[in-house]
Design a protein around this ligand. Structure first.
Ligand SMILES: Cc1cc2nc3c(=O)[nH]c(=O)nc-3n(C[C@H](O)[C@H](O)[C@H](O)COP(=O)(O)OP(=O)(O)OC[C@H]3O[C@@H](n4cnc5c(N)ncnc54)[C@H](O)[C@@H]3O)c2cc1C
Length: 472
C-alpha cells in the first residue's frame, strides 16, 4: 500500500489517467473509477428541469469511510473539486460536478450497519436508499418517518438537502431526525458529530450545520438516525373546496385542532386531474363537485387504535365541513395509498406536460392565502401558467411554472420567490439551492447571512474543493 504523499510523487494531477493511477495507488480498484467521458447521460445530471449535464473528469465509487478520506485528501492536495452524488433525484443541480471534477458516487457504499431496537436508532452508510431502509425496518415494527416523494433517494442525499416531504407536519424534516454523522472534511480529516442520543449541549451543533449543506462543507460517510414505532393504521380524508383561499385559511385551524395529521396537503384542480389520470385512479367524485372544486385538501391521520382513529377522522370531517368543504370523502386504505402515490408523482406529470421550472418556496402557514394571491398576480403579469400542490401544513408549496420565454420565466420565478420572502418565507423549503436556484438565492437573500455562510464554508473547506458552485 502506498501512502498518499507517495501516490502523488510525480506532480500535479492534470488528467484522468494520472488521477486514476493515483487512486489505484491509494488502494482503489479499477472498477471503482470511471472516466467522465464514458458515463451515460443520466449520471451527468439530476432532476432539475433547467440543468443540462456536465461531464466530470471522473466518477469514483468509494466503499468505505477510509477510502473517502483518502480520495478527499488527494483532491485537496491537488485542488481538484469533489462533488458527492447520491441517486441524482435532487431538483436543483446540486450533485452535478464541474468539467475538471471528481464525482463521488455512493451506490456501492450502501450498507445498513445497525438497527438498534433498544435505542430506536439506525446507523447507515450514505448510499442506503429510503426504500431499502424502510424495507429493513418494517420487520422490527419501526419506521424512519421522513418520506420525501422519491424513495430511491439516498440518506446521504437527504442529509445534504435536509429533505422534507409530506410527513414533515408530524415528524419534521431530516434535520429533526439525524442524531449523528461521520464526515470527511475538505482536507481529508474524518470527524464524528453527535451520537445515539437526543440530548447534547456540548459546544456548537456541527451535525445541524452539515445537514442541508449540499455537500459543500463535508462528505457524509455514516449517518445515525432516529426511529419511531410503526403505527398500525392510517385514515384519509379528501375535501374539495370551491377556492384555494378557503383551503389556505383552513390549514392553521386543522393544525391547531389537535388531530395531529400525518399529512396535510393541497392539490389544485388541474394537478389532481393530471396526477390521478397519470396513475389511472378514479376517486369517484361526482361531476358537479369536480366542476365546482378549485382545490382539494388531503388529511391523513395515523394511529394504533382503530376506534380512536375513527373518532379523529370524524372530528377532522366536522371541522373541514364547517370550514366550507364542498363535500368530504373518507378514502379506503388502498385508494388513499394510490392518491398519495399519485401526488408523489406530481413532479413527473409536470415534467411530462412541459413545465419549465419548479420551485419549493416556504412561507409561514398563516400567510399562505396572501401568498397564493400574489402567485396568481405574478402569473397574470408575466403571462405564465402556474400550477401547484404542496405541503400546505408546512407552508411549503411546489409550483410548476410554464413559460417558454426564458426572460419571462426568470421574471416569474424572481417575483414568485420575492413575494414569498417578503411574507417571511425562504427560497427553498426542502429541495435546496444547488446550482439552479443559486442566482435567485444570492439576489434575494440577506447578504449578511450569505457572508457568514461563506465564512463557515472556508473553515470546513479552506481550499473550496467540496462542491464548488453549489449554493454560492
Ligand atoms: C419525484 C420526486 C419527488 C420528490 N419529492 C421530494 C419531497 O417531497 N421532499 C424533498 O425534500 N425532496 C423531494 N425530492 C428531491 C430529492 O429526492 C431529494 O432532494 C433527495 O434528498 C436527493 O437525494 P439523492 O440521493 O438523489 O441526492 P442527489 O440528488 O444525488 O444529491 C443531492 C445533494 O446531496 C449531496 N450529497 C449526496 N450524497 C452526499 C454525501 N454522502 N455527502 C455529502 N453530500 C452528499 C450532493 O452533492 C447534492 O448536493 C423529490 C425528487 C423527485 C424526483
Amino acid at each position: 500500500m502506498f501512502s498518499i504523499s507517495q501516490a502523488l510523487q510525480g506532480g500535479r494531477l492534470v488528467n484522468f489517467d494520472e488521477l486514476r493511477n493515483s487512486l489505484l495507488k491509494i488502494g482503489l480498484e479499477e472498477s471503482q473509477v470511471r472516466r467522465g467521458q464514458d458515463l451515460p447521460s443520466e449520471l451527468l445530471k439530476d432532476e432539475a428541469l433547467t440543468a443540462s449535464g456536465t461531464v466530470p473528469m471522473a466518477l469514483v465509487y468509494p466503499t468505505s469511510s477510509a477510502q473517502v478520506a483518502k480520495i478527499v485528501e488527494l483532491a485537496s492536495t491537488f485542488e481538484v473539486a469533489i462533488t458527492a452524488r447520491g441517486s441524482g433525484t435532487g431538483m436543483c443541480g446540486a450533485c452535478i460536478g464541474g468539467p475538471d471534477s471528481i464525482v463521488l458516487c455512493f451506490e456501492k457504499f450502501n450498507q445498513i450497519l445497525e438497527i438498534d431496537v433498544e435505542n430506536q436508532v439506525a446507523v447507515v452508510e450514505p448510499g442506503v436508499t429510503l426504500a431499502q431502509l424502510d424495507d429493513a425496518l418494517a420487520p422490527f415494527g419501526l419506521v424512519y418517518p421522513i418520506f420525501p416523494g422519491e424513495l430511491s433517494a439516498t440518506l446521504g442525499g437527504n442529509i445534504a438537502t435536509n429533505a422534507g416531504g409530506m410527513r414533515a407536519i408530524k415528524y419534521g424534516v431530516t434535520r429533526n431526525q439525524v442524531l449523528g454523522l461521520e464526515v470527511v472534511l475538505g482536507n481529508g480529516t474524518l470527524m464524528r458529530t453527535g451520537g445515539k442520543f437526543v440530548k447534547c449541549s456540548s459546544g456548537y451543533d456541527l451535525t445541524q450545520l452539515i445537514v442541508g449543506s449540499e455537500g459543500t462543507l463535508a462528505v457524509v460517510t455514516e449517518i445515525t438516525l432516529r426511529l419511531f414505532p410503526r403505527p398500525k393504521f392510517t385514515a384519509t380524508l379528501l375535501a374539495p373546496f370551491a377556492d384555494l383561499e378557503q383551503i389556505t385559511n383552513a390549514v392553521p385551524k386543522v393544525v391547531s385542532s389537535g388531530i395531529n395529521p400525518l399529512i396535510l396537503e393541497y392539490i389544485d384542480a388541474i394537478s389532481i386531474v393530471a396526477t390521478t389520470q397519470n396513475v389511472g385512479l378514479d376517486l369517484g367524485i361526482p361531476e358537479e363537485i369536480k366542476q365546482a372544486a378549485m382545490a382539494y385538501l388531503v388529511i391523513v391521520i395515523e394511529g394504533n387504535d382503530h376506534d380512536r382513529l375513527d373518532g379523529d377522522i370524524e372530528q377532522a370531517a366536522t371541522l373541514v365541513s364547517e370550514l366550507g368543504a364542498l363535500d368530504i370523502y373518507v378514502l379506503s386504505e388502498s385508494v388513499s395509498s394510490r392518491l398519495i402515490d399519485a401526488r408523489e408523482k406530481a413532479f413527473w406529470v409536470a415534467k411530462q406536460h412541459g413545465a419549465n421550472d419548479i420551485l419549493d418556496i416556504v412561507v409561514p402557514r398563516s400567510r399562505l392565502p396572501q401568498y397564493m394571491t400574489a402567485v396568481g398576480e405574478v402569473a397574470t403579469k408575466t403571462e405564465s401558467w402556474i400550477a401547484g400542490c404542496g405541503h400546505v401544513g408546512d407552508g411549503n408549496v411546489h409550483l410548476s411554472i410554464f413559460q417558454q420565454d426564458s426572460g419571462k420565466l426568470h421574471e416569474a420565478m424572481t417575483q414568485v420567490l420575492a413575494a414569498g420572502i417578503s411574507l417571511g418565507g425562504a427560497v427553498s423549503a426542502e429541495h435546496g439551492i444547488g446550482r439552479e436556484k443559486r442566482s435567485y438565492f444570492l439576489d434575494l437573500e440577506d447578504p449578511a447571512k450569505i457572508e457568514i455562510m461563506r465564512s463557515i464554508k472556508a473553515v470546513f473547506d479552506p481550499k473550496n474543493i467540496l462542491n464548488p458552485g453549489a449554493i454560492f
